[in-house]
Write a protein that binds this ligand. Structure first.
Ligand code: PLP
Length: 479
């Protein structure tokens, strides 16, 4: 290629001339953004022109600038289709909120709200009071000590554990079974959290077996609490033993120590009654004698990201006085969504219909298979003969560490191809996966067994039309 002559390079229009043709874009995205896009596009064109590439005409330049501006103005936090087979996918935002929670969040965001304001007497209020009575009502229903329960809310369950440990055991020891020193994705590890909370971890038992006497022998003058951690994201099987909550609770009581249970997920619903694999609830932990339980808002509870701490009034009071509480507290939109989510639990009959997490987890295989049968021919037609689309039964995971071994029967569209977008073999499959990720609403599936799987458990009927509409984007890249 010949380098362009200086005259040709001088044909490149000025920033101002281009801006004059971009009134609508300036109106939509603002002058700053559009000007930056003009400069970026011109820099790219100049550099290409120096290498001998032709200078595009004005219409092409304006179109390229428009594309840059639109891309740049679009949100980075984009909605996606989670068809990965993991219902509560941490990297894809975990729980989808109930409509009521979404409405209340918007309301809290839009107008001033009584976040820390007592409307009865006009004095200062406590943001925890928006949620605590509701939590105590839901968790304490069958407990004899319900009137000794209180609650507080922080940013996530990791924060709840950090805060509880620091408030109750700073400079002292906490006793935990070796079998429960969990690591959750994203670098939450019990030993590290202990260190950060300035608590000395006393490990008892072995990886596979811990006995009540192990806890008993570890208790000394520096012991501040006994702790159990729900091994939420793994299962040890075979020659195993752990100590039941009631036994640890009895030991703690005998020594006058608080007993803290970190549940991780902690659903409030009766999973067995819903036909789901059973999962320990905070109600059960409290009934078994836990003095404090911590659990996430956005795992099985199906609410916003939050960490909930429920337990004895005196312990909650101590936790709330800790300066870390101020650093870890949640904002008004989170509280609005959490309150709405918890209110839904008052009506168990309609809970599954209204709470997306439970609606998705309890979706029947027949319903999912019917959706797969509906979508298979449409996807096959959109992708053409190079890709084979079949329907297969599959097994969804609950995700976010909950019930790591259990699977829910589901149905998937399974895509196989030898060639796609000019690529072959494994490269073809990865190109196919990338093409789904590049759709206007990106589709996240799973590569597995030389095929690309789209688990349809999490594609609800109301979203099918959007999924189908964007299949037209495949037409040009197929073969
Ligand atoms: C998920 C989990 C956490 C961390 O909760 P986040 O809400 O993600 O901060 C802590 N402990 C256990 C046992 C968990 O499963």
């Amino acid at each position: 290629m010949n380098p362009n002559t200086p005259q040709e390079i001088r044909r490149i229009p000025s920033v101002d001339r281009l801006l004059a043709g971009l009134d609508a874009d300036i109106e939509a995205h603002g002058r700053h953004l559009v000007t930056a896009c003009v400069r970026a596009e011109l820099a790219a064109v100049r550099s290409a022109a120096r290498d001998g590439l032709p200078v595009p005409d004005n219409a092409k330049l304006l179109a390229a600038i428009r594309r840059r501006a639109e891309e740049s103005a679009a949100p980075r936090l984009r909605p996606v289709f989670n068809l990965s087979g993991t219902v509560l996918h941490t990297n894809l935002g975990r729980a989808q909120l109930a409509e009521l929670a979404i409405e209340r969040m918007a309301q809290a965001a839009r107008a001033p709200c009584a976040l820390e304001y007592d409307l009865a007497d006009g004095g200062r209020g406590d943001r925890d009071d928006l949620i605590a009575p509701l939590l105590v009502e839901l968790l304490g229903a069958d407990l004899s000590h319900a009137d000794d329960l209180a609650a507080t809310v922080v940013n996530n369950n990791a924060a709840a554990v950090l805060l509880a440990l620091n408030a109750l055991a700073q400079g002292k020891e906490a006793v935990v079974s070796r079998g429960e020193l969990v690591e959750i994705g994203g670098a939450f590890r019990i030993p590290d959290v202990m260190r950060r909370a300035q608590v000395r971890l006393v490990e008892v038992g072995t990886t596979n077996r811990t006995h009540a006497r192990d806890y008993a022998e570890a208790i000394g003058p520096k012991t501040a609490l006994l702790m159990k951690v729900h091994t939420s994201n793994y299962a040890v099987s075979g020659f195993v033993k752990s100590v039941a909550d009631v036994e640890v609770a009895a030991l703690a009581r005998a020594h006058g120590l608080p007993f803290l249970v970190d549940l991780g997920s902690g659903t409030l619903a009766d999973f067995a009654a819903l036909g789901l694999p059973s999962e320990p609830t905070p109600q059960q932990a409290l009934a078994a004698g836990a003095d404090l339980v911590t659990f996430s808002g956005d795992k099985l509870l199906g609410g916003p990201q939050a960490g909930l701490i429920v337990g004895r009034k005196a312990l909650i009071a101590k936790i709330k006085k800790n300066p870390l509480k101020r650093a870890l507290r949640v904002g008004k939109t989170t509280l609005a969504a959490l309150e709405a989510t918890l209110q839904l639990y008052r009506d168990p009959d309609r809970l599954c219909a209204r709470l997306p997490t439970l609606r998705l987890l309890t979706r029947q295989e027949a319903d999912i298979s019917a959706a797969a049968a509906r979508l298979q021919p449409l996807l096959q037609a959109a992708l053409g003969p190079a890709v084979s689309v079949s329907v297969q039964t599959c097994a969804s995971q609950i995700g976010s560490g909950a019930l790591p071994v259990e699977r829910l029967p589901s149905a998937a569209l399974v895509l196989r191809c030898e060639r796609f977008a000019g690529k072959r073999g494994g490269h073809a499959l990865r190109a196919l996966e990338a093409a789904f990720r590049a759709l206007p609403t990106p589709v996240i599936g799973r590569l597995h067994d030389d095929a690309y799987h789209l688990d349809l458990r999490t594609l609800e009927a109301q979203d099918e039309s959007l999924f189908i509409a964007q299949l037209s984007h495949f037409a040009p890249s197929v073969s």
